[in-house]
Design a protein around this ligand. Structure first.
Ligand SMILES: [Zn+2]
Ligand SMILES: [Zn+2]
Length: 165
């Protein structure tokens, strides 16, 4: 578990403490290619202490459309205001600490989970799998005859002939 020691930051307006760590292996509910790397800083700006930074996440995942396995990188922005006590503020806007020694892992884990897209595609233009033969159309388009959308504009030259005869 990674801990920040925040006593000097809370007590020193203007102080900036950079930090960097890899997410502990126990946070493994997502298929990471490697543990997320967190870089950021804790800063005291006129008495307000903020934590900001980025979690670099690499998922070893499958494309939702073609099932191809690939590594998907996501940079999760982190921005939180840390407080030692609350005065009727909305707790959603602040992270209430139990003391100066604080592990940001749960907080950052929540940021990561909330940022994950519901669908991940290998490529925005992924052509997906053929619905008939299952071939990956990104690699080798197959010759299956895709069902054609009905074209009501087609004019058959002899269509009216039936009515005349
Ligand atoms: Zn794909
Ligand atoms: Zn096919």
């Amino acid at each position: 578990m990674f801990f920040l020691e925040l006593e000097s930051v809370f007590n020193t307006p203007g102080l900036v403490e950079p930090f960097s760590f890899a997410m502990p292996a126990s946070y493994d509910a997502l298929p990471f290619a490697q543990p997320p790397v967190i870089t950021g800083e804790v800063r005291n700006r006129a008495g307000v202490v903020t934590l900001q930074g980025t979690a670099q996440v690499q998922l070893a995942t499958q494309c939702d459309r073609c099932a191809d396995e690939f590594t998907h990188s996501i940079a999760v922005p982190l921005h939180h205001t840390l407080v030692l006590s609350l005065n009727n503020e909305n707790t959603d806007d602040f992270v209430l600490l139990q003391g100066y020694r604080f592990s940001p892992c749960d907080l950052i884990w929540e940021d990561i989970i909330l940022t994950m897209p519901p669908r991940i595609l290998c490529n925005a233009d992924c052509a997906g799998l053929c619905g008939i033969c299952g071939t990956n159309q990104n690699i080798a388009p197959c010759n299956c005859i895709a069902p054609q959308p009905e074209n009501t504009d087609t004019i058959t030259p002899f269509a009216n002939l039936k009515d005349i005869i």
